[in-house]
Design a protein around this ligand. Structure first.
Ligand code: ATP
Length: 370
């Protein structure tokens, strides 16, 4: 049993609201989260395993946390919950926190966290993601159930692989057999040929202005909150991004080389403006359907990313959703071509703290925390 809404209400009741501290594990997107928290006037806490990593943050005084919590291992974070609550800490989760701590431990961490921890259940399985995204009106790459049916390029993905590790491309059954590791669970997806865009959205359920998401199902006809597009990136992936320099796939195979998809960095991009309405339609559907996934679902809260490929007939395929801040938003510490239109210097990290600040002013903190 994870943390419940009433746990969070109870903890918040004893918080000194004038001394909220933003806590984050020092990794992933922590520089912009810490920097953004400071811009919004919060105290900051960096969480780290071992003293060594702290040193690198002194290279970034604009983000260097006011205080550090040094752990021997991530599991120890659970024992420090009391300590954090005494300091009025709100934890901002990111991909590395969930990965280092493990999703089961993350669910029982007894500190208020930004966003809806319940959404992790839907995000953590490819098939549940598919249900969610299709309900929201997104098109996804086709799934090939039987490897004998492979009759064009496919990408084979292992369950739980992070950052594209171990994925491979196959053109036919023979390719598949040669590369597959049957010890692991895998999914075979149509390889979508096109350009990748990682769309960084933010959903603020406490805001009543701007682009309002319209509810579906029982929430039909209701405005659920404001949807914003903050930025967009494309990932650098080793070695697939550089493979073309070595010749054709056949040449590469002769050299016993297979493309890999390990994320090494991120680059800022913008999309054709005429694609934005469809991008918003997909994101709106994704938010609206997140409230319909189960009874009393609290839905999507805060930052999320639709990972897409745009084909040459200008269609989006969504191959994944991340239901929290993504590291692809790191190039935008100083704002993006999208967020600058609304307010300069608004990173996703800062937007999270702004959301907390506004919710505090409106007495709606519980709406955005879990
Ligand atoms: P993470 O969880 O870190 O986002 P992951 O390990 O779940 O990553 P994916 O994001 O699913 O991996 O995919 C990794 C990379 O593989 C993508 O960035 C993209 O380059 C490529 N890719 C994934 N699915 C497809 C597809 N259906 N067609 C073409 N390329 C794909």
């Amino acid at each position: 049993m994870g943390v419940t809404n009433s746990n969070v209400s109870e903890w918040l009741a004893s918080y000194d609201k004038s001394k909220i501290t933003i806590g984050v594990v020092a990794s992933h997107s922590s520089l912009q989260i810490l920097h953004g928290a400071r811009q919004e006037g919060f105290q900051t806490l960096g969480i780290v395993v071992g003293e060594e990593r702290k040193r690198y943050y002194s290279a970034f005084p604009g983000a260097d946390p006011d205080e550090w919590l040094v752990l021997e291992n991530y599991a120890q974070l659970l024992e420090k919950a009391d300590w954090m609550r005494k300091r009025n800490v709100i934890v901002i989760p990111h991909g590395s926190l969930v990965e280092y701590l493990g999703s089961e431990k993350f669910k029982i961490l007894e500190v208020p966290t930004f966003g809806n921890r319940g959404i992790l259940h839907w995000e953590s399985s490819r098939s549940r993601q598919r249900t969610w995204l299709e309900k929201g009106g997104c098109s996804l790459p086709k799934i090939i159930d039987d490897p004998h049916d492979i009759d064009g390029p496919v990408i084979v993905k292992y369950a739980g692989a992070k950052g594209g590790e171990g994925y491979f491309i196959a053109r036919d059954y023979r390719d598949f057999r040669r590369n597959v590791n049957l010890d692991y669970e895998f999914t075979i997806q149509e390889y979508v040929l096109g350009c990748r865009y990682y769309l960084h959205f933010f959903f603020d359920p406490t805001a009543e202005d701007g682009f309002q998401v319209q509810g579906m199902g029982e929430k039909s006809g209701k405005s659920l909150g404001r949807l914003e597009l903050l930025s967009m990136d494309r990932r650098d992936e080793a070695n697939v991004d550089e493979f073309y320099k070595l010749g054709s796939l056949r040449d590469l195979r002769e050299m016993s080389l297979e493309p890999s998809f390990v994320v090494t960095g991120n680059q800022p991009v913008v999309i054709r403006e005429s694609l934005l309405p469809r991008a918003f339609q997909m994101a709106e559907g994704t938010v609206a359907s997140s409230f319909e996934l189960e009874e009393n679902s609290r839905g999507m809260i805060g930052a999320f990313c639709l990972e897409t490929i745009v084909t040459d007939d200008l269609e989006f395929r969504v191959f994944e959703i991340s239901a929290r801040i993504v590291a692809g938003s790191n190039p935008f510490v100083g704002g993006s071509p999208y967020s600058d239109i609304n307010e300069p210097f608004m990173s996703t990290g800062r937007r999270i703290s702004r959301c907390i600040k506004k919710a505090l002013e409106k007495g709606m903190l519980e709406t955005i925390l879990s």
